[in-house]
Structures are given as structure tokens and as C-alpha cells.
Design a protein around this ligand. Sequence first.
Ligand code: ADP
Ligand code: 5GP
Length: 191
Amino acid sequence: MTPEARHRGRLFILSAPSGTGKTTLRRALLERLPDLAYSVSYTTRPPRPGEVEGRDYRFLSRPEFEEGIRRGRWAEWACVHGHYYGTSAEDLTRALAAGKDVLLDIDVQGAASLRRRFPDSVTVFIAPPSLEELERRLRSRGTDPPEAIALRLRNAVREMAAREGYQHVIVNDRLADALEELVRIFAARRT
Ligand code: ADP
Ligand code: 5GP
């Protein structure tokens, strides 16, 4: 039996240009919906100050990640802003088979690939109010060097173009409003 045929839970995919506020919204959402399983991604990006191994990401080396690609360890993976990011196929299959709804915070490439594999996924794109505000948030977060911020802003333009492929689009202008909108979508789509 394929993992797809076996699953009972549903995927909820969140994507957004870096700096939009996706991590902030995701954490607030998980507090509101504690029975939702969060898929902790694997990445070769170095940890930011305050990030915790196993909670925010599982950090690994490039050779380890590439070995995972060769062995088919990733349900999806992508190279984003110069680093590898991936979702463990084993973790995902296990959570879905246990009937859990799973929240994924992944980029637009990963979202496109999982949507093909799990057509009943719920997809939400979170957009910044403007590129100027996105830049302000990236700078105010204070976790990325200037070159990383510039790269993330360049990539944001391409990522914004992918919003058309998502079922729901939320503009994260006022945080509390965006969270309520997200909670409403989850309430409507968790059956
Ligand atoms: P992402 O995970 O999308 O890269 P973060 O959640 O780290 O983004 O948010 C980037 C920065 O913007 C953080 O400093 C966060 O506190 C701030 N932020 C998030 N949402 C809002 C909002 N609605 N208004 C103003 N600042 C926000
Ligand atoms: P950040 O470095 O800001 O945490 O994340 C950068 C980008 O990588 C974000 O768009 C985030 O959603 C994406 N990302 C995080 N984990 C994964 C993953 O497992 N797969 C894919 N495809 N993208 C991911």
C-alpha cells in the first residue's frame, strides 16, 4: 500500500516569503490547535539564535542531506535561499497513518510537490502587506546578515507569483487578524 492510500490525517501546507510572519503565525496557531501535528523540517541552514534542534528544525550537514536524497528519505525537498530543506517521508507517513492532521511550513516548490502527491491537502499562502514591509520585518528580526536579507527579498518576488496556486491567501498585516483568518480556515477544513 502506498503512503497516500494509507493516510487518514490531512496535510495543511503554509507557505510565505521569508520574513512575512509565518513562523510567528504557525506558533500561535499551534497554541490554539494543540492536537495539530507540526512537521519539523530538516535543513542544512545554520540555526538562528533562539532556534531549538527538534522544535524549529532538525539541523544536519550537506553530505547528510544529500545522502537522504539518494536514499529517498524526503517526501519533498528543495534548495531555498542557498540551503537544503526537506520533509521526512517517514515522519509524515507515521503522523498521517495515526490519523493526525499535519501542519507543514514549506516553500512554494515543496508545496507544489506535496499537493501533487496529496491532492486533498489544504494550502494557505501568507503574503506580506508590501515588499517594503517585508524588508522592514526581515531587518527588524535581526537574525539574518544583509546578504541573506537581500537574497530573501529577491526570492520573495518569485514566491509571491506562486500565490495563485494556493487555495487560501492571507495578508499578514495585523497579526491578530491574520491568526483569526487562519483559525477559521482550519476550523472549516478539518473534518
Ligand atoms: P517568517 O517565518 O515568515 O520568516 P517571522 O515569523 O520570523 O517570519 O517574522 C518576521 C518578523 O516580523 C519577526 O520579527 C516578527 O516578530 C515580525 N512580524 C510577524 N508578523 C508581523 C505582523 N503582522 N506585523 C508586524 N510584524 C510582524
Ligand atoms: P527559513 O530559513 O526562513 O526558516 O525558511 C526558508 C524557507 O524554507 C521558508 O520558505 C520555509 O517555508 C522553507 N522550508 C522550511 N522547511 C522546509 C521543507 O521541509 N521543505 C521545503 N520545501 N521548504 C521548507
